[in-house]
Ligand binder design. Structure first.
Ligand code: TXA
Ligand code: MG
Length: 327
């Protein structure tokens, strides 16, 4: 299957049978930084090595997502999740009851967590899940690293529940599709935020909220509870730097630190991509913003980023960082 991608050579999407050899081949591709679509019990995921900034940036490029939403990080078991995020008693109970399964837990990132900041859109929290599908678990064990995976469809399209769906919509944009047959659940995982004292349902999904409440007690449910934000999307916090941002800068004014792009003046502190490579800029975005945010400065000045391809998602995030949360 070959599809032309703007500005890029077309490449062949390999369809891998989900046997031992196919899983090994898929794991090798993931470890090399390539994108591989794989089956879970909910929907097919578009997987990338979560510790590789460029591989994670490639997910957003392949989906043509206009913004950087935080992604779910897939791990083979609770111990692997425990190496990334901090579990509390509630998280432990839910993991015991529902993993492997269609439940995603949002928990605080551990210091030194190796997952790309782009994968969690710069947040201090991380969404983790152990999928309930033997092929997914085999792949995660073989890849031996956390795998970031949103649903394997272009932005705005429905989630794929078969390898054929993935090939139809993302053929030529992923290195391989691991064909594990149709997905049993067909609905995305339920997302629960346990990063504060008040457990909250961020996204209804494959496991009913009542089943979760039977284990940890009441969840704040935006669709049900008066006064709570209406859309689950509103609950996902956005990373915002402490320092003000000034966009489309051409130089650093006194007191500012300059975040460059392309050919940049000498005072540039960090450069998102000297070669004007938008995937590289996306890969660097959150880590560089955080680094500059720690400087003793009055503002972060950011040079202009072209508003095309991944540049749209970068600009979307920069504009949100300028506008205070809640606007
Ligand atoms: O069933 C599924 O969950 C599928 C399969 C492939 O596992 N994956 C999936 O991933 O749907 P994705 O990336 O499309 O869904 C991410 C959801 C979004 O609603 C996002 O806002 C939320 O999880 N999310 C991820 N990280 C978060 C975080 N740190 N804080 C709050 N919400 C987060
Ligand atoms: Mg989706």
């Amino acid at each position: 299957v070959t599809t032309l991608q703007p500005g890029q050579a077309p490449f062949q999407t390999e369809i891998l049978t989900a046997d031992g050899d196919g899983i090994e081949a898929a794991a090798r591709l993931l470890r090399s930084g390539a994108l591989v679509a794989f089956p879970t019990e909910t929907v097919y995921g578009l997987g990338a090595d979560a510790t590789n900034d460029k591989a994670v940036a490639a997910i957003f490029a392949a989906k043509d997502r206009p913004r950087f939403n935080p992604l779910i990080i897939h791990v083979p078991d609770r111990a692997a999740a425990g190496a990334l995020v901090r579990f509390d008693a509630r998280a432990g109970k839910l993991a015991d009851a529902f993993w492997p399964g269609a439940l995603t837990l949002v928990l605080p990132r551990l210091d030194g967590c190796p997952v790309s900041l782009l994968a969690s859109a710069g947040l201090d929290t991380l969404a983790v899940r152990v999928p309930g599908h033997p092929v997914a678990l085999g792949l995660l064990a073989a890849a031996a690293r956390p795998i970031a995976a949103p649903s394997a469809n272009p932005s705005g399209a429905v989630s794929p529940t078969s390898a054929g769906h993935v090939v139809q919509s993302l053929g030529g944009r992923v290195a391989a599709v691991l064909d594990g047959g149709p997905c049993a659940v067909g609905l995305e995982s339920t997302v629960v935020d346990l990063s504060s004292d008040q457990a909250a349902l961020l996204r209804p999904g494959g496991i009913p909220a009542e089943d979760l409440e039977a284990v940890i007690g009441p969840l704040v449910q935006p669709d049900r509870d008066a006064g709570a934000p209406k859309s689950p999307g509103q609950l996902a916090r956005h990373y915002a730097p402490r320092l003000p941002l000034r966009l489309e800068a051409t130089e650093a004014r006194p007191g500012e630190v300059l975040l460059g792009f392309g050919a940049a003046p000498a005072e540039t502190r960090l450069n998102l991509s000297p070669e004007e490579d938008l995937a590289e800029a996306a890969a660097n975005l959150f880590a560089m913003l955080r680094q500059l945010d720690e400087q003793d400065a009055t503002a972060i000045a950011v040079m202009a980023i072209p508003d095309q391809g991944l540049g749209r998602a970068i600009n979307d995030r920069l504009r949100r960082a300028v506008t205070p949360p809640g606007d």
